[in-house]
Design a protein around this ligand. Structure first.
Ligand code: ATP
Ligand code: MG
Ligand code: MG
Length: 338
């Protein structure tokens, strides 16, 4: 018995991206709603799940557990650790089976062979999820379900209704985003794919940063710079150096934060107009009226959009500025966002 259907009832598909698929599911035994992301079992999946498992913060999507597609967490034959060698380029990836209740502690490496050959063990239950009996191996990542939707939806709803959100609400949300990013950076990681699609709202209305599919270490093991492989992430929000250079640090995450803050404050229409405005914005040029409406914000955003990464503030600096200039503090943050 494999995959998702043994323990979960799939309610709906929440999102389909280039790298995975996210399902809204109900756990058959604990009765609660979760999000489960199915990703190709690659090195990226390995990084994603390891980062998520390590990060524990109120503004980061909460991780529950993960498992490869042929194994079931509730199986009596579960092992503590499953070593996988996927058929593709990724090589061996080892996953700790954290969260499994019925582990068999008698781990025996020589015993692993047959059960780990996932391509032989795909059942019809998996086929309903689009997993066919080919050689692809997937990883399921179970996490908290963020019922408040994405920041993209928040921005769209605001633009559609023309409803004026108060800057207090915007700054509160943005403060939470920056708090999550500060925490990621303090863990020596870079998110690399910050954009409204990857920023979610939890049950309590709190910001939850998700999608760690492109997460990377800030430095190599000896603390030196990392030669990055290839261009990654969404071009629209990507920093100039992430687009062009093989060498960049956590300041690459600050650039999209500037764009996101702007987009929350200012209605950006779609189509040609947006393309032009966006290009200007990436060159630190704001539309008419913006600087008058937001005299303090525009200066911060401009710094965040600096072409030179060193000129951008750290997440910690932005947080402090928000506290100082907009009197944002922990009391305000404990209030519910509507
Ligand atoms: P991309 O192609 O943008 O990189 P992805 O395939 O890597 O996306 P995610 O960004 O993690 O996958 O998730 C895709 C979408 O699914 C999100 O944009 C969001 O709409 C939804 N989603 C993801 N995780 C959750 C969650 N925990 N709760 C609710 N919805 C979620
Ligand atoms: Mg995404
Ligand atoms: Mg992704």
């Amino acid at each position: 018995v494999a995959g998702l259907s043994q323990s979960f009832q799939v309610i709906t598909v929440l999102g389909e991206g280039g790298y995975g698929c996210v399902y809204k599911v109900k756990h058959k035994y604990d009765g609660r709603i979760y999000a489960v992301k199915k990703v190709d079992l690659t090195e990226e999946a390995d990084s994603e799940v390891k980062a998520l498992a390590r990060l524990d913060h109120q503004n980061i999507v909460r991780y529950i557990t993960c498992w490869p597609d042929s194994e079931s967490c509730t199986s009596n034959q579960d092992r503590n650790q499953v070593s996988k060698t996927s058929g593709s380029s990724s090589g061996g990836v080892t996953f700790d089976r954290a969260g499994c209740e019925e582990n068999n502690d008698d781990d025996d490496e020589e015993d692993d062979d047959d059960d780990d050959d996932v391509s032989d063990d795909v059942t019809s239950g998996m086929e309903s999820l689009g997993v066919t009996a080919d050689s692809r191996t997937y990883l399921f990542i179970q996490m908290e379900f963020c019922e408040g939707g994405t920041l993209t939806e928040w921005i769209r709803a605001r633009n559609r209704t023309n409803k004026q959100r108060t800057t207090v609400e915007i700054h509160k949300i943005f403060y939470e985003i920056v708090s999550g990013v500060e925490y990621i950076h303090s863990n020596k990681l870079i998110h690399r794919d910050l954009k409204p699609d990857n920023i979610l709202f939890g049950t309590d209305g709190k910001v939850k940063i998700g999608d760690f599919g492109l997460v990377a270490a800030q430095t190599n093991h000896s603390g030196g710079p990392i030669e990055r492989s290839k261009r990654r992430g969404t071009l629209q929000y990507m920093s100039p150096e992430q687009e062009n250079k093989r060498n960049y640090d956590e300041k690459t995450d600050i650039f999209p934060l500037g764009l996101i803050w702007f987009e929350m404050l200012w209605k950006v229409s779609t189509g040609m107009e947006r393309a032009e405005l966006w290009q200007d914005l990436r060159n630190q040029m704001f539309p008419e009226g913006f600087c008058d409406s937001y005299p303090t914000e525009n200066k911060f955003i401009k710094k965040m959009l600096s072409f030179t990464p060193e000129d951008r503030p750290h997440a910690k600096d932005i947080k402090e500025k928000l506290e100082k200039f907009f009197s944002l503090d922990q009391n305000l943050l404990s209030q519910k966002t509507v």
